[in-house]
Design a protein around this ligand. Structure first.
Ligand code: ZN
Length: 763
């Protein structure tokens, strides 16, 4: 019999119950008991949802984040919250949310820069964890009550529970040494606590423990490799069987290390590392469990069950009941239930599987292996029919788009002249002062805007009234910008719900779910659009809004677009073609929009690539291949314009050192970046590289309600001018202003414009 099991279940709830319960508790509108009860209820429901699996995860539920849970489990709390006398859950939330500013909570569209330095992306997912903090003298002590309680709850429910914990090496690797000490030196102190934990779980009746070590799919130097061996050697005597779980990537050079760990089983991501499984079949001792992650836990497509069986059956014959089946990773990264979707296009819906449907697929595979394919003949036939329909659907395949992408040449990604020549023409045309001022695109999304949009969506507001309301907002932001004296204006993005969704909704090949929420961090969720087919642009998407805005002013109006790489990286993408191919299709669509804007007289066009860095592969050795196609896609989107048209791009993160040559190769005339919190130090990368084009280093931290003073901005810009020639500097905020209030934005921008004037006077 093949064991089927799950690595983790989405905790937020099919209707985002956990989100609403958390937010109500934080506002003081409900009690701690209410929240605890809701947690217990969700766990119970989710275990019921996983009925029929042989092993069900416990400990995957969290009130905020599983990494933060691990820090509490190991007694590793930052000093600033130690000694807190109140309730443990409240202390937990203090660590989770303590330092994040009000506005930061709102800014989920922005690549994880949400709570400065404390939260970061979980591997290459869009889930953000709270970074563990270490110091040379960090001590660990076991606090297992939360996990043991959940285990008891599961056992009471009659569930065959498999506690899930983060392994010691991954825990250390994900944390940050606050005093620059060597994190690995803490291992000796950490391991005894893990041993205690494993013993406690054994005593509580667990037979298997899943111990997640996804850093095994990243590059590990010798010191870390040795640490792995040492750690797992110490776990040998514990009274539970350990399943070391890896996911999200390929084991490659770590294959022998993973296979050689003295544990009872190894889980691998057979979606991302199918080839690696071959190597494991010879390397992994025959008495060890090999758990194959055959259902994609990162995507929303139906699994090809027949093809999976074709692949798995011979392995199962060879290794017998030592082969287990599971999703590739925790289902945390997919929405809960496809059945809730009422408005999804029927074709598209028939091709999809969310968490519950993925578990159904797992059960079907388990049945087929246990009793033969005959036992699930109808299910397999249904699955095959859906997959065949998808493969052949004209909704998915558009020969004209495929031909256009095939016909792309590198020429199309090249501007007509070099930057220096373009800059002269643009300067003549735009006639801007030194230190020109601009903003990144959005102005406050007021309650009025949100209300109008939701009334429009529900049909209470007709199209004309909605358009009129948005035009009024655009006019308001243009007037404010003129009053402020900004040099290059924006229309303010009032009409956009989200910088990706807005474009996805207008492109062919995209679908939108109603309830397809995925946890991003804490109570925050995102609903990634579903890119299902060849991408085309049936009509212009932004031209009317931008030309309307331009008609209101003599100042240059900056057209505002989201770039192809960002649209791709914030979507659920196709699994039937490479990401690069989908990205090229998006690039062509955005290119058409850019050219239409130019034709309509828009001479400054910004193409945001906020998520370009997010797409970097987990292994550095694979970065360049990604950067090559990603940058090529940006170039295709942007560089069809004439010399006099100025292309801007914007990126809201603060690490450029390792990707600066690719950033330069994008060849945008102007790049605006997030810098205010780094005190301009991140411009070092641009200075060392001798970045040739113009730069707008952010001088206003839009995550915070604080209003930067004129002097503060002048000082920052002076630091910038030490690194980049002053005649190539712009003055602008870090990012868009949609999460701020007008009452904050006006004084802040007013100080920014005053600072630019002071700077002009000083050169
Ligand atoms: Zn940004």
């Amino acid at each position: 019999m093949t064991t089927i099991h799950n690595l983790g279940f989405p905790r937020i709830g099919a209707k985002r119950e956990l989100k609403f319960a958390l937010e109500s508790y934080w506002k003081g509108e409900s009690s701690r008991e209410d929240l605890q009860a809701l947690g217990a209820q969700l766990r119970q429901r989710h275990w019921e949802n996983q009925a029929g699996l042989d092993l069900v995860p416990v400990g995957d539920f969290s009130f905020y984040d599983q990494v933060l849970d691990t820090s509490f489990l190991l007694g590793n709390l930052p000093e600033r919250v130690q000694g807190f006398q109140g309730d443990e859950l409240d202390n937990y939330f203090r660590v989770a949310r303590g330092r994040s500013a009000q506005g930061a909570e709102e800014h989920s569209a922005c690549c994880g820069g949400v709570a400065a330095g404390e939260m970061t992306k979980w591997f290459d997912t869009n889930y953000h964890y709270i970074v563990p903090e270490f110091k040379a003298d960090t001590q660990f002590t076991l606090h297992a009550s939360r996990l043991l309680e959940q285990l008891a709850q599961a056992q009471e429910q009659g569930v065959h529970a498999k506690p899930v914990i983060i392994g010691p090496l991954t825990y250390l690797a994900l944390g940050k040494a606050k005093d620059e000490s060597n994190k690995l030196a803490l291992l000796d102190r950490l391991l005894p606590v893990y041993v205690q934990l494993l013993e406690a779980l054994a005593e509580a009746g667990a037979d298997w423990v899943q111990i997640d070590e996804p850093i095994l799919v990243t590059e590990l130097d010798d010191e870390w490799q040795q640490a792995f061996k040492k750690a797992y050697e110490q776990f040998k005597p514990v009274g539970v069987k350990l399943l070391v779980a890896t996911y999200f990537g390929q084991l490659l050079e770590n294959t022998a290390l993973a296979a050689g760990l003295p544990v009872a089983g190894l889980h691998v991501d057979a979606i991302n590392d199918r080839d690696g499984v071959d190597a494991l079949l010879t390397l992994l001792a025959k008495d060890k469990v090999l758990s194959l992650g055959v259902i994609n836990g990162r995507n929303i497509w139906k699994t090809d069950l027949t093809a999976t069986l074709d692949w798995v059956e011979p392995i199962a014959r060879q290794r017998g009941d030592r082969v287990w089946l599971a999703p590739s990773c925790s289902l945390l990264h997919v929405p809960v239930d496809l059945e809730s979707e009422q408005n999804l296009d029927a074709d598209v819906k028939s091709w999809l599987a969310f968490a519950l449907q993925k578990l159904d697929e797992l059960r079907i595979l388990g049945q087929a292996l246990a009793h033969g394919r005959e036992a699930v003949k109808a299910e397999l036939a249904e699955n095959l029919a859906a997959l065949t329909a998808r493969r052949q659907s004209p909704r998915v395949h558009n020969p004209a788009v495929k031909a256009a992408v095939a016909g792309l040449s590198a020429e199309q990604g090249k501007r007509k002249s070099e930057y220096a020549q373009r800059a002269v023409k643009q300067a003549q045309f735009l006639n801007l002062p030194a230190f020109p001022t601009t903003t990144i695109g959005s102005f406050p999304q007021t309650t009025d805007i949100r209300r109008a949009r939701s009334e429009f969506k529900t049909g209470r507001l007709d199209e004309n009234s909605y358009q009129a309301a948005m035009r009024a907002e655009i006019e308001r932001s243009v007037r404010e910008q003129e009053k402020l004296g900004l040099d290059v204006l924006v229309h303010g993005e009032a009409e956009r719900n989200d910088m990706v969704e807005y474009f996805g909704e207008q492109l062919e090949g995209y679908a939108f779910s109603q309830f397809g929420w995925v946890q991003s961090y804490g109570s925050r969720c995102v609903k990634p659009p579903i890119l299902f087919g060849d991408i085309s642009r049936p009509h212009a998407m932004t031209v009317e809004w931008i030309t309307y805005a331009q008609s209101l002013t003599q100042k240059p109006m900056k057209g505002m677009l989201t770039g192809p790489v960002t649209i791709l990286n914030w979507s659920f993408v196709r699994d039937d073609q490479p990401r690069a191919e989908s990205c090229r299709q998006l690039a062509l669509a955005i290119r058409e929009e850019v050219l239409d804007l130019e034709k309509a007289g828009v001479r400054v066009i910004q193409i945001d690539e906020a998520a370009l860095r997010e797409g970097l592969p987990l292994r550095q050795s694979q970065w360049q291949r990604y950067l090559d196609w990603a940058v090529e896609c940006f170039r295709i989107a942007a560089n069809g314009v004439s010399d006099a048209t100025q292309i801007h791009t914007h990126m809201c993160y603060s690490e450029f050192n390792d990707i600066i040559s690719s950033i330069a190769h994008m060849d945008a005339d102007v790049i605006t970046i997030e810098t205010s919190r780094s005190d301009m130090e991140l411009l070092d990368a641009f200075e060392h590289f001798q970045y040739p084009n113009q730069i707008g280093p952010g001088v206003y931290d839009i995550h915070s309600p604080n209003i930067p003073s004129e002097q503060h901005i002048v000082n920052l810009m002076k630091k910038a001018a030490e690194r980049v020639p002053a005649d190539r500097l712009w003055v602008n905020p870090d990012c868009g202003l949609k999460t701020r209030q007008w009452a904050e934005v006006i004084p802040a921008l007013s100080n920014m414009v005053a600072a630019a004037k002071t700077l002009r006077a000083s050169v």
